[in-house]
Design a protein around this ligand. Structure first.
Ligand code: ZN
Length: 219
């Protein structure tokens, strides 16, 4: 699971899958924009006034609408993955535990303390990519098909070269290492998670990726 690519997965059949999360990001971006506008308007009103109440209702309405949109996208994303895993004959899935991973939210309006305090809760709410929800959907959808799900610590799986062990942050579409190892960025991390689970360490695998399938949640 990742913020950029939603779900990236490999199977030891040599198949890889990427379920993009662009749609999720656009929903979130739009919501953040609307929230920001309304919060700003509300901050100029007297607390408890009619206008203040109106804006408070609008915030709740946008929140529940976008929550539903988000849940719908996450259901579709998890469904795509589970159907693919089932097609691959997968019996066990391993997922990198991203608990606690959060986007940097240090950019904050520092105009005044009151506003800062108001926006803090909002920032936290918006910054969290819904990994927990996606994981919950994956868990029960996989369980329904009798597929196990194991969570492992995914530290360094995106950065580490499985061949020489060097660490670097991937940039661009490919993960490329000085030693000559190169892998599609989306599936590089997934392969390392596989290795970490199977061998207890990040190492080269004796099979390669033959095919990467890209799916959108709604496709
Ligand atoms: Zn290397």
């Amino acid at each position: 699971m990742g913020e950029i690519h939603g779900i990236a997965a490999v199977a030891d059949t040599g198949e890889a899958l990427v379920v993009t999360s662009r749609k999720l990001r656009s929903v979130k971006r739009l919501r953040n924009k609307k929230f920001k506008e309304i919060y700003q308007k509300r901050s100029r009103c007297k607390k408890g006034s009619r206008k203040w109440k109106k804006y408070t209702c609008a915030i709740a309405r946008i929140g529940s609408k976008t929550d539903n949109q988000q849940r719908d996208i996450l259901h579709k994303m998890s469904h795509k993955f589970v159907a693919w895993a089932n097609d691959q004959g997968v019996k066990t899935t391993v997922v990198g535990d991203v608990e606690g991973v959060q986007r940097n939210t240090s950019r904050r309006n520092k105009k005044n303390l009151k506003q800062k305090r108001h926006s803090r809760g909002l920032n936290q709410k918006m910054s969290q990519w819904p990994f927990g929800l996606l994981l919950a959907y994956l868990t029960y959808k996989l369980a329904a098909l009798g597929i196990d799900l194991i969570k492992i610590d995914e530290s360094y799986t995106t950065q580490t070269c499985p061949v020489c062990g060097r660490k670097k942050k991937p940039s661009g579409r490919m993960y490329q290492c000085h030693c000559g190892y190169t892998c599609h960025r989306d599936v590089h991390g997934a392969r390392n998670i596989y290795a970490k689970h199977k061998y207890g360490e990040i190492r080269a695998l004796d099979w390669s990726i033959e095919n990467i399938k890209y799916l959108r949640p709604a496709s």
